[in-house]
Write a protein that binds this ligand. Sequence first.
Ligand SMILES: [Zn+2]
Length: 257
Amino acid sequence: MCPMGGLLPQSFLPRALICNCLLIETSSGLVLVDTGIGIRDMADPKRLGLMHFFLGLDLKVESTAARQVERLGFSISDVRHIIPTHLDLDHAGGLSDFPTAEVHILELEKAAALAPRTFRQRERYRSSHWSHSPQWQTYDADAGETWNGFHRVRELRGLPPEILLVSLPGHTPGHAGVVVSTGLEDSGWLLHAGDAYYDRRAMDKNAVTTPGMRIFERLAHEQFSRALETRERLRRLRLDHSQIRSICAHDAGERLC
Ligand SMILES: [Zn+2]
């Protein structure tokens, strides 16, 4: 994505953003964390409503998660489970490209997305992304265990215990991250943090941020102060635990591997 055609100052938002999707091979089939922009959205970006004017999408169908999964030698039906960090249009656009997958989500997020109440929610969530009636697996946002200072962390039905859903509140009503234990001593835990932060520098010791980024975050986060608390907790997690690595959804310069 190239928001506003790259005309925004770099201090406001990076000129180019990606949609980071994480594909995990498990004994229960492939698990996809986030789906990015979907094939149908690429063909008809007006499906994305007013946001498509802002996003400046690079409309290449070969960039979609579905096409990338196929290029790895898998078929679409090999993706048995999808864990969207939330249901914003740039995370849920590919849901219908994997129609047989179970979709694991906090109940709060599903309820907000399927019955949006505000103008902002009506624009960020697109009903066309779940018009194929996915097999939802929903979870109570208030239940779960504690994991490294995070509360409401839980295993997911039908998935190995090495994959956990962790509530990361603030961005949307039921925003969550996904933690994966690699079982490897040197790489430890991977965390996909969704839109809990946008710029990897915000995770630095000095917590670098810019006034422009602050303005953007105020527009994007439904609960700004809770989102800042979540971001700070993530920063402390990364500083205190070198074996835990994280990526956010949109920073093109941040890599797990
Ligand atoms: Zn996003």
